[in-house]
Design a protein around this ligand. Structure first.
Ligand code: SF4
Length: 331
């Protein structure tokens, strides 16, 4: 990603920023010296070295009163989050689009697929647009779904929100996600009821994610089953601005009490397995990023569940299939 310093300066000027906290993803950290020097000519800059997880996380809240603007590089805004300060988001869009051959998609045709729902993670918006042109040229009908208030663009996905897929679920034979790695694809396949094919731009492969997602679902059901024997439950609210669902957590606490369990409500900014071990709890229900329970269970000695998984454990909801906890809105 080239740091577009002129565009950044223009945006900071536009909002009258003076003191700015900058969040830089790891991949761009080698550029912080240049960035600091370029922006410091006009603004008072502090660079945050803390890790951050996306537009749901605009850094350490104790710093908010000390700056008048936050600059976050790499992610797109989450429109329905009420940020505590003006935030300038500089999206990272991969400019180099790898050469993709039509051959990759021939298997889809052979399996009788005609209607494809196109999804992408934000970095690959441009690549997704090229893929769309190619697929249409091959005779596929490509549909791009509408975003809800948590996503900025039609077709975009986050690891916690697949509204663009749900909006067209009944019109497509399958989904095709343009991304790299499994993170967004796994979420898409957990959330959506049609097969998700991942076009992985790292190695230019296309694969159906259904089989590997089934293995993850089996692990999630194993965690749900273990939680059925739990008594002491930590219901956790993550205080990151775009993950905070205290209202949901309070409802879960009441549901736990109604099921004769012993719940406590916890505030946390960084989920840490040791904290819950020290509390001697039998299970954790995590209402922040739903990918923490799904992707990080191995770090925990006790089952850690999403809100929908916990409701399945206490039989407060009966679903015929695995339901992913997606974040639509926060408090
Ligand atoms: S809540 Fe999780 S998946 Fe959603 S944007 Fe934040 S880090 Fe990504």
């Amino acid at each position: 990603m080239k740091l577009q310093t002129e565009a950044i300066v223009a945006k900071l000027r536009e909002i009258g920023a003076k003191k700015v906290m900058v969040q830089v993803p790891d991949g761009l950290k080698p550029g912080v010296f240049d960035l600091f020097n370029a922006l410091s000519r006009e603004f008072r800059i502090i660079i945050s070295s803390d890790p951050f997880f996306g537009a749901c996380d605009v850094g350490d809240s104790s710093l908010y009163s000390d700056v008048d603007c936050i600059l976050q590089l790499g992610h797109s805004e989450i429109p329905n989050v009420r940020y505590p300060k003006p935030v300038v988001f500089i999206e990272y869009k991969e400019e180099k689009i790898p050469e993709i051959s039509e051959k990759i998609f021939e298997g889809l045709k052979d399996s009788g697929i005609m209607n494809i729902g196109l999804l992408f993670s934000i970095q690959y918006a441009e690549a997704a647009s090229s893929v769309r042109t190619m697929l249409e040229g091959m005779g596929f009908h490509v549909i791009v779904g509408k975003n809800d208030g948590r996503l900025k663009y039609p077709g975009q996905v986050l690891g916690c929100n697949y509204s663009t897929g749900h909006s067209i679920e009944n019109q497509v034979d399958c989904f095709l996600l343009v991304s790299t790695g499994i993170f967004h694809g796994l979420g898409a396949q957990l959330a959506l009821r049609k097969d998700v094919y991942l076009l992985d731009l790292n190695d230019l492969t296309l694969r159906n994610l259904s089989p590997e997602t089934d293995r993850v679902i089996r692990k999630r059901y194993a965690a749900i089953e273990r939680a059925m024997n739990a008594r002491k439950i930590c219901v956790v609210v993550d205080t990151k601005i775009g993950q905070k669902r205290e209202k949901l957590a309070r409802v879960l606490v009441e549901q736990a009490k109604a099921a004769d369990l012993e719940p406590v409500l916890i505030y946390s900014n960084n989920a840490n397995p040791t904290d819950y071990e020290n509390m001697r709890c039998d299970a954790v229900v995590f209402t922040g990023c739903p990918r923490v329970p799904i992707d990080d269970q191995e770090r925990y000695t006790m089952p850690i569940l999403t809100a929908t998984e916990f409701r399945a454990a206490i039989r407060a909801r009966k679903d015929s299939r695995y339901i992913m906890d997606e974040i639509v809105a926060v408090d």
